[in-house]
Design a protein around this ligand. Structure first.
Ligand code: UDP
Length: 324
């Protein structure tokens, strides 16, 4: 059982803070009274995701690429916690920027771990269900070592994240850094970039436009979708504990991609029909988290089912005029 840390809200460094998940975590930390120093290089993030925090005395923003050594604006401060969410996360983004993806998982994480070591800070890292690759065990427990192609379409992300985990566990062992690793399963919600190419954004955009919904392959592959509010609660629980993980943070509700398409059509009352496109190589056939470790150690489990989360996501995309 992990012991919750007892310190008062302090100063937290959030990297990747202008991204989808990073911005929601930053909001949640500030709502809890933490002072947040938010960092992003806008490789996939968007300053608009943090617009609601401009002028808040608890919030400061520093534009920086953590692949580069950390600047004095960051190293001149003392942090009690560091949450790393910096990394392209959608397949089209990391495939377009494979070197940046691997470097942020290597040099970027190394820089943050050195800072956490110096400050005695709690350090949490967002790893991924992709460390399990195209899994041969189902559902995926943290003890499963994975089935990853080391040079395929997804390897920059999968192996990058696996390297980051190895680096983190080495810092923990060598220098006793208080580290925690979460493995995130497909998370969705407002502020996802509409053009990020992921299945949620693609399907909702297509349904709202009445265009054909593109199933890659026959749509029989599965994913388990976690609503962002649940995901952020899991991330906060991890940041506020001393649990090392790795721990799966995801919603065990598993759906085929075809079922997701049908649900999106139903909830948007769309005239869209299903169409198929080639399945990308190395696309995992099934994915579902076993969340016993999160339940036992973080007292965390998701509460928002797919139908409720989808409705919120659809409303947010409807009100977003720019779906490019
Ligand atoms: N997918 C799809 N149509 C799309 C986008 C994605 O059928 O327009 C499929 C994709 O092949 C994968 C699943 O949906 O099997 C989830 O894809 P996504 O890119 O959202 O994330 P992944 O879990 O693959 O990283």
């Amino acid at each position: 059982m992990a012991t919750p840390s007892t310190d008062q809200p302090g100063k937290v460094l959030v990297t990747g803070a202008a991204g989808f998940l990073g911005s929601h975590l930053t909001d949640a930390l500030i709502a809890k009274g933490y002072e947040v120093v938010a960092v992003d290089n806008f490789i996939t993030g968007n300053r608009g995701n943090l617009a609601q925090l401009e002028g808040n005395p608890l919030f400061t923003f520093i534009e920086h690429d953590i692949i580069e050594p950390l600047p004095p604006a960051i190293t001149g401060q003392h942090f009690t916690k560091i949450a790393n969410l910096a990394c392209p996360a959608s397949p089209i983004d990391y495939q377009e920027k494979p070197l940046e993806t691997m470097r942020v998982c290597a040099a970027g994480v190394d820089h943050l771990l050195a800072l956490a070591r110096r400050d005695g800070a709690r350090f949490t890292h967002t790893s991924t269900s992709e460390v399990y690759g195209d899994p041969l065990e189902h559902p995926q427990r943290e003890t499963y070592w994975g089935n990853v192609n080391s040079y395929g379409e997804r390897s920059c992300y999968d192996e990058g994240k696996r390297f980051a985990e190895a680096l983190i566990f080495s810092y923990r062992k060598l220098f006793k850094v208080n580290t925690g690793v979460t493995r995130i399963f497909n998370t969705y919600g407002p502020r996802m970039r509409p053009s990020d190419g992921r299945v949620m954004t693609n399907f909702i955009k297509q349904a709202l436009a009445g265009e054909p919904i593109t199933l890659f392959g026959d749509g029989s592959q599965t994913r388990s979708f976690c609503y962002v509010d649940d995901q952020v609660k899991g991330q906060l629980a991890m940041l506020e504990s001393d649990f090392e993980g790795p721990v799966n943070i995801g919603n065990p509700g598993e759906f085929t991609i075809k079922q997701l398409a049908e649900k999106v059509i139903e909830l948007t009352h769309s005239i869209s029909k299903l169409t198929t496109a080639p399945l990308p190589s190395d696309d995992p056939k099934q994915r579902q988290p076993d969340i016993k470790v999160a339940r036992d150690n973080l007292h965390w489990e998701p509460t928002i089912n797919l139908e409720v989360g989808l409705q919120r996501m659809i409303e947010s995309m409807k009100s977003n005029k720019n779906l490019a």
